[in-house]
Design a protein around this ligand. Structure first.
Ligand code: CXR
Length: 255
C-alpha cells in the first residue's frame, strides 16, 4: 500500500510552531498531573496554558515584564513540603541529576510551574498570535528571562518554608554572585516569617580551593534577612556523584 507523506500544499497539514509548543506544554502538564494524582483536582492544564500565553502573545518580545506572569502564577496550585526547597546557581545539571530520583529535595523545576517550561524558549511579536521558539531576542524584558524571575520570586516568597538549601559550585572562583537569579531574586524574596534558615551546600572537588569562608558567601550572608539563620557546608563532589548513581542511598547520607 502506498504511504502518503505530508499533504502539505500551502502548509495546510503541517503543524505551526505555535501548535507544537502548546502541545509540549500541555503534554508536560498532563504527565505531571498523572504522576502527582493528588494535584489533578486543583489544576486545569488548559486554564494554565491560557494564563501563560496572555503574558507574552501579541507583545514586543523585549517588553514582557515579570509581573505579566502573575495570572499564570495564580493559576497553578501546589503544596510543597517544608524543609525540602532547594535553590541552585551554576549547578543545574548536577542538582537535577540528584533531585530527579529523590523526593527529599525539590527544585523549582521539580514543581509543576517550573517543570512545564524548563529548557524551553518562547516569544511572540507585536500584534501576532504566534509563539516562536527560535530567534527570540536576549534583551532584559524577554519572556523567558521574565518568566524565571517571576517564578523564582514566587518559589522563594510563597513556596519556601522551614529550612531551605542552596547548592552552589565550589569549583568557581566565586560561588555566589549577587547578579544571578539566586542572588538577586531568590535570596531577597525569602520570607523571614516562614523560612527559618538557609543552608549553602558548597559542592567541592578535592582540587578546589574555594571554601565556605569565601568572601562571596559573606556577601550572601549580609544580603540575607538577619532573622534567617545562615549555614554553609562543604559537600564532596564524589559524595553527590555516588548518590546520583545510586538512588537507594538515603538523602541523609548524601548531603
Ligand atoms: O543563580 P541563577 O543560575 O541565575 O538562577 C538559578 C535559580 C535557581 O534556584 C532556580 O530556582 O533561579 C531559578 N532559575 C531557574 N529555575 C531556571 N531554569 C532555567 C533561574 N534560572 C533558570 N533557568 C535559566 O538558567 C535562566 O534563563 C537563566 C539561567 C540561570 O542559570 P544560573 O546557573 O546562572 O538565564
Amino acid at each position: 500500500p502506498a504511504i502518503v507523506l505530508g499533504v502539505s500544499a500551502a502548509g495546510k497539514n503541517s503543524a505551526s510552531s505555535s501548535d507544537s509548543f502548546k502541545n509540549v506544554v500541555i503534554t508536560r502538564c498532563e504527565t505531571y498531573l498523572k504522576e502527582n494524582g493528588n494535584m489533578s483536582g486543583k489544576n486545569d492544564c488548559e486554564i494554565i496554558w491560557r494564563a501563560f500565553e496572555q503574558a507574552y502573545i501579541g507583545k514586543d518580545p523585549c517588553d514582557v515584564p515579570p509581573d505579566a506572569y502573575d495570572p499564570l502564577i495564580n493559576s497553578v496550585k501546589q503544596d510543597v513540603a517544608c524543609n525540602t526547597m532547594l535553590f541552585w546557581s551554576k549547578t543545574k545539571t548536577m542538582v537535577h541529576a540528584f533531585t530527579d530520583n529523590r523526593d527529599c529535595l525539590v527544585t523549582l523545576e521539580d514543581t509543576l510551574l517550573g517543570f512545564l517550561f524548563d529548557e524551553l524558549t518562547w516569544c511572540s511579536k507585536n500584534e501576532s498570535k504566534e509563539t516562536f521558539t527560535t530567534d527570540c531576542p536576549r534583551c532584559q524584558n524577554n519572556p523567558v528571562r521574565s518568566f524565571w524571575i517571576r517564578a523564582s520570586a514566587n518559589f522563594a516568597a510563597n513556596v519556601s518554608c522551614g529550612n531551605v538549601s542552596a547548592m552552589l559550585n565550589g569549583s568557581l572562583e566565586a560561588p555566589f554572585s549577587s547578579t544571578s537569579v539566586f542572588g538577586s531574586v531568590e535570596v531577597k524574596n525569602l520570607d523571614p516569617d516562614k523560612v527559618a534558615g538557609l543552608t549553602v551546600l558548597l559542592v567541592t572537588k578535592d582540587t578546589d580551593t574555594t571554601t565556605c569562608n569565601h568572601s562571596s558567601l559573606n556577601m550572601l550572608q549580609t544580603t540575607l534577612d538577619t532573622k534567617i539563620a545562615y549555614n554553609c557546608r562543604e559537600v564532596p563532589y564524589s559524595t553527590v556523584e555516588g548518590c546520583i548513581s545510586d538512588p537507594e542511598i538515603p538523602c541523609s547520607d548524601c548531603l
